[in-house]
Design a protein around this ligand. Sequence first.
Ligand SMILES: Cc1ncc(COP(=O)(O)O)c(C=O)c1O
Length: 412
Amino acid sequence: MRTGSHYSVLHQERDLSSEISKQWHDDTLAVRAGFERSDVGEHAEPIYTTSSYVFASAAEAAARFSGKSPGNVYSRFTNPTVQTFEKRLAAMEGGEACIGTASGMAATSTLIFATLQQGDHMVVSNNLFGSTVNLFGKYPPKFGIDIDFVTGFDIADWERRIRPNTKYLYLETPTNPLMRLADIEAFAELAHAHGAELVVDNCFCTPALQKPLALGADIVVHSATKFLDGQGRCVGGAVVGSASLIEELTAYMRSAGPSMSPFNAWVFSKGLETLALRMKQHSINAMLVATALKSMPGIERVIYPGFPDHPDHELAKRQQRDFGGIVSFEFSGGREAAWALIDAVELCSITGNLGDARTTITHPATTTHGRLTQQQRDESGISEGLIRLAVGLEYPDDIAADIAHALGLSSA
Ligand SMILES: Cc1ncc(COP(=O)(O)O)c(C=O)c1O
């Protein structure tokens, strides 16, 4: 069963068992945490593709089903391969426990529907991934959970929306696609001063670049689909938090079922092993590409927190280990100019996903944020001329050359 804390000592590897009290470095946890070798003696993590588990007797089955005896029952709520991913990510985020979910959206909806009830209230950033805005706008209110949306990260604005029944402040930092940052420490203080909890979507930075829990946040949510996978293969998500929270979410998972598949969990666990290396290179490449974009005629504005002219540059330096792999840029020519560029690229992939080894190019206003109302897009600053580039691991000069060529700036 989910075991809660002590992630630094969870695996039973022979050669490291003497290290039982040692707190390993993040790089070691990313490679080693969460794996309990089976009797077969496999070196790499196996994939347990089983829907259920067998019991030695009817009495053992009864004890497992009732929770009196620990162990797996059914893969809707526990599976050893999924647990490896959960323990590894919890270790990397510095959380007590984690639960894997079918998607990033399933992570958010599991958190909300498992822990809130009629009469509760949330204060939520307007600058969230489009489906998260839709989820919050449409479904919790149906069940008597009130949501207040706030544009931007002005602490006083947020404080004004807090009520005695506010349970969560929910934000994404950096935001998608405009890369605005919230000061996690200040928001955690605000939440706690009012008896609420701070939830941070850490999808863009990942624990390799930002540790919301260490900065005071209570809960981290992830779309594992993005950088945790890193190669655009699987859809999944996760919630990281206290052992008691994850126990509550596991009970919901058992009843409601938005579970992560063991195959996907295996892919994500392998992705975590190289996460820090990839995030470092994504950040290097993004800085180089963003710098090249700045000098390209026709591009009005380049948005990257690594630039000193970005409004949140100082906060990014303080709060993040690096500036990340996402760069947005804007044309004054609106949708026509943005679409013309997207249609002309040859190397970059036209797709809504991000966090892939392959650079992806997206027009947020008509894709990822297309289901928002015009007013919501205007309030979030998502213009028709805005393009999001999720810079991949190709040679950065090739990525910049692809954009330059698409702009008609070179004949290559
Ligand atoms: C910041 C952020 N959070 C959550 C999600 C939702 O994740 P998923 O697509 O895995 O459901 C996304 C998807 O793009 C995202 O960008």
